[in-house]
Design a binder for this molecule. Structure first.
Ligand code: 8GT
Ligand code: MN
Length: 556
């Protein structure tokens, strides 16, 4: 047995106000682990300690110096701590450990002796939690929260092979419109993403939630054979390949794709040859198929953000624009770019979208757009409304024309040299704009993959490399009072949102939508006052810690 090393606590665990409390012993900030200790004993011990001048905090934060637990093994506390910090507190991890110090993991004995002495006693080996010399394969079975929204789920995690396999099965289920099955695979994948270490044997997963029989079977197979037979069969199946290719066309859902597949249409080229009548979205989707299936990079998202900001500010100065969706979660690429727009003076945002769209069209930035109005009525859409991620905001689904610089230069704005090829001016018969496109202002972004566009559908009419690419962009406008809910709802991921709403209903008897949070017991809506409070605190706007934001609303 060796003592657990002092490990660092990630500052981002919580934005607690620790350190504010006056303490007789500066430099000693204690956190009592409630696990196995129980809430009432913890509260008692906290009162006792504080009465003696000790600084005891209720939330884990980077200012904690001593974590004290009772009846927990070293492995259990280590796993618990890793789950809180996403493994970033581990030695050798790339944690964003803001505090240079690290934390002692101690047994309750140290605490009781300190209480007796009235001062923090010197830490001896017998006070430290012990762990086995070789941690071995077994993941200590700790209580992993069963709702994905309660867990830390990092983008970079330890079980990519397993989650890739499960994601393919989830995608296949979704394409087959088997939503329940899709969600089950997504939940299992999300659980694996949250684990602090690589799973090497199925026995390590004993006692963990969210792992159904089917998912466990797949995991086991991948662990033992390196691949899952079912995953292999799926990825090679004609139907899966065709459904993926056809739903990859903007404006085409699983139902339509399935109908076409049954008619023998397997690829976008088959569809084009088929002579099927397509709607405006599908025509645009087919026309820009290759580009829209290239990942959008962060730099492209930023460039589009600048265009959107110019458009919005031109028609409504003072409006606020926030990048949402996957990019807000820290992803470096996405399939589209999502923006949420609001204005601090409630009501000023009304009618904003058509003006923004007109501005963008006049500047030649839009290849396609479809706008839907705001149909949210609080009186009608109250608690009875089912928890769904579909909302009623004013919204614009669009395809942007983003200029790219073939030299690989950084973004430029303003009246720089035109890089746009005049031969391509408004040759798109499906563009929504009635008027001819003027040349777009030059807004050049380095397209990491601008030259990789292959144009299999043969729509490129230029001989040289094209100087722009098509990018899917979603714009959403929310009234200021609903902004926090919209921000939460549109940041994703889809599973996180689903889990958060499920948790609200089942655990808190509340209904959360992208418009409001309802207390079903009291049947009142958490209102603007709460949201304004959160605005001034600034925490949810700058962090991705939504659960904390929800906590700020008194949700937990
Ligand atoms: P990506 O990188 O593939 O674009 O990933 P993403 O940004 O996470 O996915 P997305 O499909 O662009 O959706 C962004 C977020 O918006 C997701 O969390 C999704 O749940 C949410 N979302 C929709 N549609 C709607 C809607 O109608 N209302 C609300 N509130 N959220 C929606 O996709
Ligand atoms: Mn997105």
């Amino acid at each position: 047995m060796v003592p657990l090393k002092r490990r660092k606590v990630n500052c981002s665990v919580t934005s607690d106000s620790s350190g504010d409390r006056t303490s007789k012993f500066p430099g000693v900030v204690i956190y009592l682990l409630e696990r196995k200790m129980g809430a009432s004993r913890r509260a008692f011990l906290t009162r006792l300690g504080r009465g003696k001048g000790f600084n005891i905090e209720y939330s884990l934060s980077c200012s904690i110096t001593h974590i004290v637990s009772e009846n927990n093994s070293g492995e259990e506390v280590r796993t618990w701590l890793d789950l809180q910090t996403g493994g970033q507190g581990r030695e050798g991890g790339e944690g964003r450990t803001a505090r240079p110090g690290s934390v002692h993991l101690l047994d309750i004995v140290w605490y009781t002796e300190s209480m007796h002495a009235g001062i923090p006693v010197i830490i001896l080996d017998r006070h430290r939690l012990q762990e086995r010399e070789k941690p071995g394969l077994e993941l200590a079975v700790v209580s992993v929260p069963s709702y994905a929204c309660q867990r830390h789920t990092p983008l970079l995690h330890h079980n990519i092979t397993l989650t890739d396999a499960l994601s393919i099965l989830a995608e296949n289920a979704e394409l087959g419109e088997n939503e329940g099955r899709g969600v089950a695979f997504r939940r299992a994948a999300a659980l694996l993403k949250s684990l602090p270490q690589e799973v090497r044997g199925a026995e390590q997963l004993r006692g963990l939630p969210c792992l159904g029989e089917h998912s466990l079977r797949v995991i086991k197979e991948v662990l033992e054979d390196g691949v899952s037979h079912e995953v292999e069969t799926t990825t090679h199946s004609e139907q899966f390949k065709a459904m993926k290719a056809l739903t990859g066309i903007f404006g085409v859902g699983a139902k339509t794709a399935d109908r076409w597949f049954k008619e023998g249409i397997h690829t976008p080229s088959d569809l084009q040859r088929s002579g099927h009548t397509l709607n405006r979205a599908q025509r645009a989707g087919l026309q820009y198929y290759d580009e829209l299936n290239l990942p959008v990079t962060k730099s492209e998202a930023v460039a589009i953000g600048q265009i959107v900001e110019r458009a919005v500010h031109a028609v409504l100065p003072g409006a606020e624009i926030t990048l949402i969706g996957g990019f807000r979660r820290g992803k470096q690429t996405g399939h589209d770019v999502d923006f949420l727009i609001t204005h601090p003076d409630e009501g000023r945002e009304e009618g904003l979208m058509p003006k923004v769209v007109s501005w963008l069209e006049a500047q030649g930035f839009l290849l396609y757009q479809k706008t839907t109005g705001n149909s949210y009525l609080e009186s009608k859409e109250g608690p009875a409304r089912p928890a769904s991620n579909m909302d009623r905001f004013e919204r614009c689904f669009s395809i942007f024309r983003l200029s790219t610089d073939n030299e690989g230069r950084e973004i430029q704005t303003g009246n720089g040299p035109q890089t746009y090829s005049p031969t391509l001016t408004n040759t798109d018969p499906h563009t929504h704009s009635e008027s001819p496109h003027p040349l777009p202002q030059t807004l050049v972004v380095v397209g990491d993959h601008a030259q990789k566009v292959s144009w299999v559908l043969g729509h490129s009419q230029c001989s040289g490399p094209r100087s722009w690419r098509a990018v899917r962009v979603d714009l959403v406008v929310s009234p200021y009072s609903q902004f926090p809910f919209a921000l939460l709802g549109w940041t994703g991921s889809k599973l996180f949102e689903r889990e958060l709403r499920r948790w609200a209903v089942h655990e808190k008897a509340m209904t959360l939508s992208s418009h409001a949070l309802y207390d079903r017991k009291r049947v009142h809506t958490l209102s603007q006052t709460h949201t304004r409070f959160q605005y001034s605190s600034g925490s949810f706007l700058t962090n991705n810690r939504y659960v904390e934001w929800v906590r700020g609303l008194g949700f937990v």
